[in-house]
Design a binder for this molecule. Structure first.
Ligand SMILES: [Zn+2]
Length: 463
């Protein structure tokens, strides 16, 4: 195939371009004038745009927020959206994380797979179309995002200044094709606890969890007790019957109850064990009386417990496209007579936010528990027979010989930030996923395969 032969000719240039970008430690830093995400991210953006110009593409830099390489003519354009920023390297590297060394046919370094090599692969894919002078009906843009790892603020800037693509993809997730991504919400349940009628023990504070989108693996509570030994005994009995790692430590008349759970991503809460909910179940065994704190704890135990699909809470939405709603209790903070519980709920793709919120409010009616929504991302969903999905499936199967199954996920990919695009690669089924971990790498053969797949995909969408 002509396009693939053309890509093979670029092999050395492609590898070298990836290396040059990986050698820039493009972690978000303090903003400088004209560099909203810091000097290093700006350097990576300028580097990518310079590479694009060397290849003969028009380039645009949108005030240092984001830039793109453009090719072709026509009213509308096809977009390929990737990002040049990276997360910090962390520890445990076999090779230096910003040297882009090659070992055993792999380029090692932070940002190789996520997401520098894939976006450079798409750029060389576009170069192949240009060098072969294949006729295209639409313009094509390879868009270089710069803030994907820290909030996607660059996309607001892009969408405020540019029109959206008619179709496209982001090479920032996995193959084959992610056609459905659930709606994502972060919301706080908030309640003033007042004094109420306190029991023999008083909960002074509860702390647990660090991020809404993680299953908390630790929670601790401080309890004032007239009889600390009694509290310790209840905790010990509870640990015995449930098998939870939960224990008590006394200091004078304060008992600290501590429990460990198992962490997991907030989109897959059933894979973890929720330390906050373990704590709630234990606390209900204590003689709390029936004040507001006791009521709040009983409410959560009755309607959530160890469930992760929101069924008892009454928000158990489900569809055949993306499965069940996921319900994660992520963070708790109880102190100074106020409790705040941060939830991460992800609803199936064929529903709307209001569908879920209506059910949520119904459950909370009369409880005095308030709701504060702090984040919402709408679902992403393309019907299985959508032309974009069909085109990418055809290309994937032709280039890999594999069936292009469609994936539905609870996570949010970069595709959610731009209308009319889906996540397509770069990680192949069965390939190790080291995004955000030590020893991130991309195999040079896979880099070339990505360039071929992306070249064909761009052609299919733009021809
Ligand atoms: Zn990424």
């Amino acid at each position: 195939m002509e396009l693939n032969q053309q890509i093979e000719r670029y092999k050395d240039d492609l590898v070298q371009s990836v290396q040059e970008l990986v050698r820039i430690r493009s972690v978000q830093e303090e903003a400088l004038e004209g560099m909203p995400f810091g000097a290093a991210v700006n350097e990576a953006l300028n580097k990518a745009l310079a590479l694009s110009r060397e290849m003969g593409f028009r380039t645009v830099n949108l005030d240092g927020y984001i830039g793109y390489a453009e090719y072709g003519e026509g009213e509308d354009y096809v977009g390929v959206l990737g990002h040049l920023d990276v997360v910090p390297e962390g520890d445990g590297w076999l090779y230096p994380p910003y040297a882009a060394e090659i070992h055993d046919g792999k380029i090692y370094g932070r940002g190789t797979m996520d997401d520098k090599a894939p976006i450079v692969a798409a750029l060389f894919g576009l170069k192949a179309l240009k060098d072969l002078q294949l006729p295209l009906k639409h313009r094509v843009r390879v868009i270089f995002g710069t803030n994907e790892e820290s909030g996607c603020q660059e996309m607001e800037h892009y969408l405020a200044h540019e029109k959206v693509p008619i179709s496209g993809f982001t090479p920032d997730a996995e193959y084959p094709i992610i056609y459905a991504e659930k709606g994502i919400t972060f919301l706080d349940l908030v309640k003033e606890l007042g004094r109420g009628d306190e029991g023999e023990v008083v909960i002074k504070s509860i702390k647990g969890g660090q991020r809404a989108n993680m299953v908390p693996d630790y929670c601790e509570a401080a309890i004032l007790a007239k009889d600390p030994a009694q509290v310790s005994q209840i905790v010990e009995d509870f640990a015995g019957t449930t098998g939870y790692p939960i224990w008590a430590e006394s200091q004078d008349n304060t008992v600290f109850i501590k429990t460990k759970g198992v962490s997991a991503h907030g989109s897959l809460p059933h894979l973890g064990k929720n330390a906050i909910m373990q704590m709630f179940q234990c606390l209900e065994k204590l003689p709390l009386g029936n004040g507001e704190t006791a009521k709040f704890i009983a409410f959560l135990n009755n309607y959530v417990g160890m469930e992760t699909d929101g069924k008892s809470f009454g928000v158990g939405l489900e569809d055949k496209e993306s499965g069940k709603l996921s319900f994660n209790v992520g963070i708790i903070s109880l102190e100074n007579n106020e409790v705040r519980l941060t939830l991460n709920l992800r609803y199936p793709v064929t529903y709307r936010l209001e569908d879920m919120l209506d059910l949520l409010y119904q459950r909370l009616e009369g409880t005095g528990i308030g709701v504060e929504l702090s984040l919402h991302q709408k679902p992403l969903y393309f019907p299985v027979d959508h032309p974009l999905i069909k085109s990418l499936q055809k290309v994937y199967t032709e280039q890999t010989g594999q069936e292009a199954t469609l994936l539905a996920i609870g996570g949010g990919t970069y595709a959610k930030e731009m209308p009319n695009i889906v996540a397509f690669g770069p990680i192949l089924p069965g390939e190790e996923d080291l995004d955000h971990q030590a020893n991130e790498y991309i195999e040079i053969e896979h880099l070339l395969l990505n360039a071929k797949i992306y070249a064909h995909a761009i052609y299919e969408l733009a021809k």
